[in-house]
Write a protein that binds this ligand. Structure first.
Ligand code: NAG
Ligand code: NAG
Ligand code: ZN
Length: 536
């Protein structure tokens, strides 16, 4: 009889343990018989959480930390804008578990001020990275698929894009006009939609090389491609740092790059050579690098312009990257800050974690979370290399995605694994997409995910509606800010307000700024009123 009871108990335990085997995160060393208690933390730490003291102490520290906050009204000499492409709020929450646990903080979780950004564009409910870039870099909303142009320019329509009245200049341009150094870093092609928002004005985000313009039946000389604008455009040619992928858009079709890949250009122009010659003619000190070794070997005393193109296409996903050949986002960010911090007047730097978005489009949630972790490391590097007293760091995203983070899995459960069983008795995952390539049905039933290998980085998480590419989401994205005037980045705002706040803090652009005499007078009159009151 006793044997039978034990047998049943064992059977129940095995059933309970099953999801952990499936999710590949079963740690046999911790409580083998009580899988619901499996945590990466130690037993002692766990018991600490069980006491009220633990939470009260944490909360009181948080209260004190907030009471010590003072509005930082310094002038922001430097501004760094970090953009997690497609980094929705569920992506941030799930990435914390991916990096070590629900209670973990990403680097920017420690920033004192947060707000929400409304990302819709003029003609679409849900934004793409192009119209969104115009908003968070240029301060003006535009149409879907267009970059650095007003709503007067419709997608794929060249003539209105040539009219400079329709151009939207970015905060990089405003900063250049005030004698600041400027740069961009991305894990995408440097001609991709988000980085193009720094310097380009185009009716079509896909016109990355002249070959793409010709494919749209336009003349590539009257309708300039994005790579050309990076080298010749009024903002592009002044960028001191350009680091990312997309080498092929700068090289002719009959030319092979350092890795043996063909260029894309049909105009026979090697834009990398043009860039180097252009800077030398200015009497500047340009450096071009194409791999990690080159980047780590840069002589910063001899470099005031740095171009690094580390892949013919996008820089590889971190999980697939050859770590001896392609630099990480953190390494690129560090290099950019080393060049730009030589500027006496300060700098504006744009850093994009581009492949969070691409992981989501593939429904490869592991890739998206890993890219978010890499993005967090790059932000940490910037925090470590700068001072809160003169550098404003803003972290945000350009649009959400459809990934949900749900179910009632136990604490410490693999966020990339199973959450529990659904009413159809088939397990369901913690992360799911509203649509995308992860849609699977078999024999009229929901696909049984328990048979899948979710430890595979290319595993596609379930989607409700089949789509070859998962879509963006329309929900608000978060804004995190630290440094001068970070306290302005609160509340719910339209996305295009962001660069206006950054320019206020750093005294660039045509709007109101922290350096305005009017603003000072206002402060002065306020002080005088106080003095009068007190003297009565
Ligand atoms: C340029 O665009 C502005 C604003 O849309 C318009 O008023 C002007 O007529 C345009 N100029 C030309 C030459 O098309
Ligand atoms: C670069 O300049 C710094 C400061 O002037 C100096 O300490 C350093 O040795 C120089 N490095 C190189 C490689 O010349
Ligand atoms: Zn996207």
């Amino acid at each position: 009889m006793k044997m039978r009871v034990e047998g049943i108990a064992f059977f129940l335990q095995v059933v309970a343990v099953l999801p952990f085997f499936v999710s590949g995160h079963w740690d046999d060393s911790v409580h083998p018989h009580f899988p619901r208690k499996v945590k990466k933390r130690s037993t002692e730490e766990k018991s600490e959480e069980d006491s009220a003291d633990f939470w009260i102490r944490n909360a009181q520290e948080a209260v004190k930390e907030r009471l010590l906050r003072r509005a930082n009204e310094n002038i922001a000499k430097n501004v760094i804008l970090f953009l997690g492409d497609g980094m929705s709020i569920p992506t941030i929450s799930a990435a914390r578990v991916y990096v070590g646990g629900e209670e973990k903080q990403l680097s920017f979780d420690t920033f004192p001020y947060t707000g929400l950004s409304k990302t819709y564009c003029i003609d679409h409910q849900v934004a793409d990275s192009a119209c969104s870039a115009t908003a968070y870099l240029g301060g003006v909303k535009g149409n879907y698929g267009t970059i650095g142009v007003t709503g007067n320019v419709k997608r794929d329509d060249c003539p209105p894009m040539r009219n400079s009245t329709n151009h939207v200049l970015s905060i990089a341009h405003w900063s250049q006009l005030k004698g600041k150094m400027t740069g961009l870093v991305t894990t995408a092609r440097v001609t991709h939609a988000s980085p193009a928002g720094v310097y380009a004005h185009t009716a079509e985000r896909d016109w990355e090389s002249d070959n793409d313009v010709i494919a749209s039946n336009y003349d590539s000389v009257t309708c300039r491609d994005i790579a050309w604008q990076l080298v010749h455009g009024e903002t592009g040619k002044k960028l001191n740092v350009v680091l990312g992928g997309g080498r092929a858009n700068f090289l002719p079709q009959n030319t092979k790059d350092e890795d043996g890949f063909q260029g894309n250009r049909v105009d026979k122009v090697n834009l990398i050579k043009v860039w180097l010659e252009q800077k030398k003619q200015l009497g500047a000190k340009p450096t071009y690098v194409w791999n990690k070794e080159g980047l780590l070997g840069v002589d910063y005393n001899q470099t005031d312009y740095l171009l690094g193109l580390f892949n013919p296409d996008h820089v590889s996903f971190n999980l697939k990257r050859d770590k001896n050949k392609e630099p990480s986002l953190q390494e690129m960010t560090e290099a950019a800050i080393k060049v730009l911090s030589q500027s006496e007047n300060g700098y504006f730097l744009f850093v994009e974690g581009a492949r969070i978005d691409m992981g989501h489009h593939n429904a490869q949630a592991r890739m998206a979370l890993d890219e978010t972790s890499e993005f967090s490391k790059a932000v940490q590097a910037a925090i470590d290399m700068t001072s809160e007293s003169d550098t404003l760091i803003v972290v945000t995203s350009d649009h959400a995605h459809t990934m949900s983070y749900s179910g009632y899995a136990h604490r410490g459960n693999d966020v990339l694994g199973i959450a529990g069983n659904a009413d159809d008795t088939i397990p369901y995952t913690v992360l799911n997409y509203a649509n995308g390539p992860g849609y699977k049905a078999s024999e009229g039933r929901r696909h049984d995910v328990s048979k899948d290998d979710m430890s595979n980085e290319e595993y596609r998480y379930p989607g409700i509606s089949p789509l070859h590419m998962e879509t963006h989401g329309g929900d608000d994205v978060a804004i995190f800010a630290k440094g001068p005037w970070a306290h302005l980045f609160t509340g719910v705002m339209e996305e295009n307000v962001i660069p206006h706040l950054m320019s206020y803090a750093s005294c660039v652009g045509n709007g109101e700024t922290a350096c305005d005499p009017l603003e000072k007078e206002w402060h002065f009159s306020r002080i005088m009123i106080l003095v009068k009151k007190n003297s009565k």
